[in-house]
Design a protein around this ligand. Structure first.
Ligand code: PEP
Ligand code: MN
Length: 264
């Protein structure tokens, strides 16, 4: 397989506008669950940039469980994302859900995100595989690692080898967390593929008080980075209100993670 260590032994390093993902350094991807307004995004982006974070996330096309929940601002949201990211000097990442959204999003985002619910949307995988932008592929809600690896293979097979994998928790019988963060996925994917591997501690845990230890565990297991959602006023957020960190919580999380010696 093109994703395998047998095919390529050295780590793939993805370089986007001066930010390197993979290799010997770590990357934090942070930002709100959904883009809600320019002001919301600016508040978060300024804090992140000041802390040294270079990748700004924000959903504009949102895969919501209920059709009656906030569905995202679409292209208007992506415009805000690019405007704010350009102001502060950050790289942008946002989810696309259909091949048609690629052309729309390409003007505004530096990295395409494919969400858990679309991990096996093979048309979408092939379509991003034909672009020249990096792709962040999230593990499906109930996907095995074999299925996850084959999903990534679809992208590489089309010629785009700038793919990073994200463990975001899987469905198990356990109810204490939103999903079960499969830490063992990290060393397995690192050993069996040459792609960067990151952990999403927001959607996996769904619990603010354990995001820091889970991020540390991910890094200790060999992850190349972490994703976390940050919002200026989480209780008022239009999505994932219960699990986004506010500015102060982010500062504590970031200080403790960078002081842990695990993040470099
Ligand atoms: C997200 O990161 O915005 C998201 C919707 O996560 P997931 O696809 O992992 O559920
Ligand atoms: Mn979210």
């Amino acid at each position: 397989l093109l994703i395998s260590r047998e095919h390529k032994s050295e780590d793939t390093i993805i370089e986007v506008k001066g930010t390197r993902i993979g290799g010997s350094s770590h990357t934090l991807i942070a930002g709100p669950c959904s883009i809600e307004s320019e002001g919301q995004l600016r508040t978060v982006a300024k804090t992140l940039k000041q802390a040294g974070v270079t990748v700004l996330r924000g959903g504009a096309f949102k895969p919501r469980t209920s059709p009656y929940n906030f569905q995202g601002l679409g292209e208007d949201g992506l415009k805000m994302l690019k405007k704010v990211a350009d102001e502060v000097g950050m790289v942008t990442i946002s989810e696309i859900m259909t091949p048609e959204q690629i052309d729309v999003a390409a003007d505004y985002v530096d990295i395409f995100q494919i969400g858990a619910r679309n991990m096996q949307n093979f048309d979408l995988l092939r379509a991003v595989g034909k672009t020249d932008k990096p792709v962040l592929l999230k593990r499906g809600l109930s996907a095995t690692l074999e299925e996850f690896k084959f999903a990534a293979e679809y992208v590489l097979d089309q010629g785009n080898d700038r793919v990073m994998l994200m463990e975001r928790g899987i469905r198990t019988f356990e109810k204490a967390t939103r999903n079960t963060l499969d830490i063992s996925a990290v060393p397995i994917l690192k050993q069996e593929t040459h792609l960067p591997v990151l952990v999403d501690v927001t959607h996996s845990t769904g619990r603010k008080e354990i995001m820091l230890p889970c991020a540390k565990a991910g890094l200790a297991a060999g992850a190349d980075g972490v994703m976390i959602e940050v919002h200026p006023n989480p209780p008022q957020a239009l999505s994932d209100a219960k699990q986004q960190l506010n500015m102060e919580e982010f500062q504590v999380f970031w200080q403790e993670l960078t002081n842990s010696g695990l993040y470099n």
